[in-house]
Design a protein. Structure first.
Length: 472
């Protein structure tokens, strides 16, 4: 066994006994051989300390329990995008995206096409067993015509289209330099598979370009066949649809090694049109009266209420003060009515999770938002709602302060209903003392720098939000 594999697999039997030397793959599964050949390649090329393996959702998800290399897991289908990030951040690394057909050829099709066309020196190992393996044997984009699956019990029908030939699709792009399809059903094919995998990785080691190897693999469990019967099925059925062989083989000169990215603001300011001058700071410290290290907020309302814009302004204000901040929008299906929301985090050092399932502060612009998110506010938190449209707020208990402010009425009296989100920011400032008023006003002025005529109106809206809470 290659030294690239861990001596014991901690996932199994807590790394003790015989099970700690066995993978989770079913008997006869092609993933085991693909793993073996990839591990041998990494070992033979002496690149273990440089290798980063990217595994997404699917049967390959636990690759990081087996390979003693740099490992990162990606969301379903997104391994090529994560691999691109790894390669651009660390050009000297050897990045290998290891994916199944349900992952790469379905939800991840856009990612693999764009990554392949980009042509970065990345290696993709694509394991095609014509089925969704981990999730229960559903129809995959590569399932054969007439093939029975959990979702096509009478066989894949014509109206679901033909099996997707991914290797051919990748080969016709300009970005890739090497594309080959191999199989595992006998010793001759296994030797070819090992050579193809090694070549695909070698091309990256030599910094020549993007390489893609499709591996036709057995899945005895979902084919409901013995391992030897599954090998015969691949040989007789799959190769008739997915012919083996090299589809593209170029050998360009090595690319110049890309420089690592630069993150210093001063060097990037010309590209992002950002001012090098730091904005003024008004806060004396982190708002520890709300949380010692990380304040979570949620702003919710109907489309057009301005919750998303208000959330962005809060995040910008926090960054101006030197804190880490994130803003995650969730628009929902409704452009008007219903609820969409934005989660904001403000951390003293680093935001570890951008979601706000239990916010310290909720700003609700309509009744559905208050009803949906009010019960989730953290004990002792604060809820600020638009009393113009919410007549009777629910009783939340748990020491939660519930403050009604007529956002819409105030904004309408000022002549522009659209500034009700700025009224809400003023109310938020007064009710929570999240930051000094000047912190949020500075963020508002920055956002309106190209529309200076609107600044006085927004400042007035903010002031009325403050007054509505303070009662003066």
């Amino acid at each position: 066994m290659s030294s690239v594999f861990y001596e014991r697999f901690e996932r199994h039997a807590h790394g003790e006994g015989l099970k700690s030397h066995a993978t989770h793959y079913c008997p006869g599964c092609g993933h085991g051989l693909a793993h073996k050949y990839l591990a041998e390649t990494i070992d033979e090329l002496g690149i273990q300390d440089r290798t980063v393996a990217v595994s997404p959702v699917g049967c390959s998800v636990f690759l990081y329990y087996y390979f003693d290399v740099g490992n990162t897991q990606a969301a379903h289908g997104r391994a090529p995008a994560v691999a691109t990030g790894q390669k651009t951040a660390h050009p000297e690394s050897i990045v290998i995206s290891y994916q199944g057909d349900g992952d790469l050829a379905s939800i991840g099709l856009a990612e693999i096409i764009s990554t392949a066309q980009m042509g970065l020196p990345i290696t993709v190992i694509f394991v095609n067993n014509a089925i969704y393996g981990m999730t229960g044997g559903q129809l995959a984009p590569t399932s054969l015509m007439g093939q029975t699956t959990a979702t096509t019990p009478t066989g894949r029908p014509a109206f679901l289209g033909q099996p997707l030939k991914v290797a051919e699709l990748i080969a016709q792009l300009d970005g890739p330099i090497y594309v080959e399809r191999v199989a595992l059903y006998d010793n001759k094919q296994r030797v070819r598979a090992k050579k193809a995998i090694k070549k695909a990785v070698t091309l990256q080691v030599e910094n020549r370009g993007f390489a893609f190897v499709e591996v036709l693999a057995e899945c005895p469990t979902h084919l409901v066949l013995s391992p030897s019967e599954a090998e015969s099925w691949v040989r007789e059925k799959m190769t008739a649809v997915f012919p083996l062989g090299v589809l593209k083989d170029l050998c360009p000169e090595p690319l110049p090694l890309a420089a690592p990215p630069i993150f210093e603001a001063e060097s990037l300011s010309h590209a992002i049109e950002a001012a090098v001058t730091k904005p003024p700071r008004f806060a004396l410290g982190f708002p520890v009266h709300l949380d010692a290290d990380d304040v979570a907020l949620k702003l919710a309302g109907a489309g057009g209420d301005g919750a998303q814009t208000a959330a962005l302004l809060i995040a910008r204000a926090a960054i101006n003060e030197g804190f880490d901040a994130t803003h995650i929008p969730s628009y929902g299906p409704e452009s008007r009515g219903g609820t969409s929301y934005a989660d904001v985090h403000i951390a003293r050092r680093e935001v570890l999770s951008p979601a706000s399932p239990h916010p310290h502060v909720l700003v609700a612009f309509n009744a559905p938002s208050l009803a949906k998110f009010g019960p989730d506010v953290a004990a002792g938190g604060t809820v600020i709602y638009d009393s113009s449209v919410i007549a009777e707020p629910p009783s939340l208990g748990r020491g939660i302060r519930v403050i009604g402010v007529p956002f819409t009425t105030i904004a309408a009296d000022l002549g522009r209903v659209v500034v009700k989100n700025v009224v809400a920011l003023g109310a938020l400032s007064a009710a929570t003392s999240l930051f000094p008023e000047d912190t949020l006003l500075t963020a508002i002025r920055q956002a309106l720098a190209s529309k200076c005529a609107l600044i006085p109106l927004n400042e007035e809206a903010f002031a009325w939000g403050v007054k509505s809470v303070r009662g003066s």
